[in-house]
Design a protein around this ligand. Structure first.
Ligand SMILES: C[S@@+](CC[C@H](N)C(=O)[O-])C[C@H]1O[C@@H](n2cnc3c(N)ncnc32)[C@H](O)[C@@H]1O
Length: 278
């Protein structure tokens, strides 16, 4: 068994993580993080944290950062997270978009930091319920995350029994199937929604993003909490570049653009709008 990771060893990993992926790991997570790293090291035959750290930074160990990111990032999410915000989105934003875009019949949405797909599929359900016509349009949701394990799970669209407590019963019937012998993942998002969402790996710290806009809606909820203000400024200015004039940016309920970017107008419930001409 490896000894517990020391403060100095932890600091090495944290600095590297912060620089490469923007994620900071608080001190109280040191023991848990150390155990995850130790598990990995044992599998690879390393006996000291520093030698593993050096390997991770070398060309040969280039995949290690990915591996650790996939195992330490907090990928917690759920369907219909941020209920009040989503109600406002369904009541005001969706009808406005539906009438504004009826001419071009094109709608692009981006869920940045989509975890296991609950967020983009929730948005797809809201659109299906509140503006079914968009499903006859050129309508696509791009969903990105840095965590490739989350992305594969999201693309498979399989979810556990907790889903029944997150999704209203009528929507559960309408938008989820119950495959036979599904084991611990009894619910599957139906193809009508799955077909609209494409999942791609994207690190929000690597700008400019290789993505084509403009989007009418960008969601980046409960992701930027991990980043410092300077990083948030860079990310939000990319969102600004990729949003259509008057487009909407949805943040997590505890997040704001105050001190980050003043080219947006708050329209309530952590929903911001790109001010025209700014
Ligand atoms: C707490 S989850 C939020 C999921 C969803 N947006 C929600 O609100 O429920 C945070 C997500 O951000 C992703 N993430 C963290 N750092 C990232 C980065 N540098 N680039 C892209 N995604 C990142 C994590 O992998 C994780 O899936």
């Amino acid at each position: 068994m490896l000894p517990e990771m020391t403060e100095a060893e932890f600091a090495l990993f944290v600095q590297y993580f912060t620089r490469k992926v923007g994620i900071t790991i608080p001190e109280h997570k040191r023991a848990g993080f150390g155990r995850k790293v130790a598990g990995r090291m044992e599998g690879l035959g390393f006996s000291s944290y520093v030698s593993y750290y050096r390997f991770m930074k070398s060309q040969e160990g280039a995949d290690e950062l990915d591996f650790l990111v996939n195992h330490v990032t907090i990928d917690m999410s759920r369907f219909f997270r941020g209920e009040r915000q989503l109600a406002h989105f369904g009541d005001s934003v969706v009808p406005e978009l539906a009438s504004k875009l009826r001419g071009t019949r094109k709608l692009r949405v981006w869920s940045a930091g989509c975890a296991r797909g609950q967020e983009p599929y929730t948005v797809a359900m809201i659109l299906a319920e509140r503006a079914r016509e968009v499903f006859t349009w050129d309508f696509k949701i791009l969903a990105t995350d840095i965590d490739s394990d989350s992305l594969s799970a999201a693309a498979a669209g399989l979810y556990g029994p907790e889903t029944a407590g997150e999704v209203p019963p009528e929507l559960l019937d309408r938008y989820f199937s119950r495959p036979r012998n599904a084991g611990n993942k009894p619910y599957r998002i139906r193809a009508i929604l799955r077909n609209r969402v494409s999942f791609r790996k994207l690190n929000l710290l690597e700008t400019p993003y290789p993505i084509r806009g403009p989007f009418s809606v960008i969601l980046c909820r409960n992701v930027m909490i991990y980043f410092d203000t300077a990083t948030r400024k860079i990310i939000v200015s990319e969102f600004h570049r990729l949003l259509a004039d008057g487009g909407f940016l949805l943040l997590g309920s505890t997040e704001s653009l105050f001190g980050v970017d003043d080219r947006f107008i708050l329209s309530g419930q952590a929903i911001y709008r790109k001010a025209p001409g700014r």
